[in-house]
Design a binder for this molecule. Structure first.
Ligand SMILES: [Zn+2]
Length: 202
């Protein structure tokens, strides 16, 4: 039997937020919905960003260098779009500073914009308090579970484990069955055009 609803689900899949990078030529703006950012070392490998699983990491095995990326959830009050924003370490440092002074990122207004039109140009970060009382902010997503969904890992393979440079650090345990992926069937949903560099400048 098929059950039809007369309205969209009030609780859409909470672990299926799309991931975004700072766009080229315009700013990304929104209200942060998570309390803290998370981050881990990643590789740009086989055409997409993948987390480093340390032991038995296929990208490490291919000699691909890693770089750290951070993630926050960002909600746009105008479009109601709720996304995960990928941060460079430099961007994350500014956000982590704010987190240290206020105790939470949730409710902060964030604006990120690249300094020029290059897709890998440095992104400037503006973060500050926002009056969110009148806004119905979505509940904070479980960022670790969101990233597990994006990277096609099981949720229990990823944990927040301590801190790295004062930023929450995600550990990813390798799992042969789940780590295999085919870039042909899993399109890179990060948007933007990648260049051939394996390490993108911050
Ligand atoms: Zn690795």
């Amino acid at each position: 039997m098929i059950h039809f609803d007369s309205a969209p689900p009030t609780e859409p899949n909470r672990h299926a937020l799309p991931i975004k990078r700072t766009p080229t030529g315009r700013a990304i703006v929104g209200i942060i919905t998570c309390h803290d950012l998370i981050g881990t070392n990643t590789h740009f490998h086989r055409g997409r960003t993948r987390p480093c699983t340390k032991e038995d990491c296929p990208a490490c095995g291919d000699g691909i260098p890693f770089r750290w990326h951070g993630y926050v959830s960002l909600w746009n009050p105008k479009t109601k779009e709720h996304v995960i924003l990928e941060l460079t370490a430099r961007m994350a440092e500014r956000i982590a500073e704010y987190r240290q002074t206020t105790g939470t990122l949730r409710g902060a207004r964030l604006r990120c914009q690249r300094v020029n039109l290059s897709p890998n140009a440095k992104a400037m970060v503006e973060i500050g308090p926002e009056n969110v009382e009148a806004l119905r902010l979505p509940p904070p997503p479980d960022l670790v579970k969101c990233m597990a969904t994006i990277w096609n890992f099981s949720h229990d393979e990823m944990t927040v484990n301590g801190t790295q440079k004062d930023l929450a650090r995600v550990d990813i345990k390798p799992n042969h069955a789940l780590r295999t992926f085919d870039p042909q069937v899993e399109p890179d949903n990060l948007g933007g055009k990648r260049n051939g560099n394996l390490i993108r400048p911050a």
